[in-house]
Design a protein around this ligand. Structure first.
Ligand code: ZN
Length: 115
């Protein structure tokens, strides 16, 4: 692939990565209060609903942990784009197919090394 085509392809994947990063950041910001610790001395809510609230809070915290994991992958892909390593397998240095990158632009291994 010539440099111009690589540039166009990389811009496309960069936009995909940036838009997902934006979406995740928006969700994280919108759900901040869902992850706040549950008040233990709330008299207004009974013991059962407090348990529910704690369980919900723990699920929301787990979701946030998954979002942070995904953000790390996106940041790493953006770094590879900056450094010109994007689209090459981190293990064997072969190029990763566009089809595979369209499936997930954060993939850093070719199909053979991912097996
Ligand atoms: Zn490989």
């Amino acid at each position: 692939m010539d440099k111009h085509k690589i540039h166009i392809r990389n811009t496309e994947f960069k936009n995909m990565l940036l838009s997902e990063l934006q979406d995740i950041t928006n969700i994280s910001l919108k759900t901040v209060k869902d992850r706040a610790p549950v008040e233990l001395d709330q008299q207004a809510i009974g013991r059962l609903s407090r348990m529910d609230a704690m369980q919900q809070q723990s699920m929301d915290t787990a979701k946030e942990a998954r979002r942070i994991g995904r953000l790390r992958l996106i940041e790493a892909a953006l770094r590879r784009l900056e450094e010109g390593d994007y689209g090459y397998c981190l293990n064997c240095d072969e190029s990763i197919s566009d089809g595979r990158l369209k499936l997930d632009p954060t993939f850093s291994l070719c199909i053979d090394c991912a097996k």
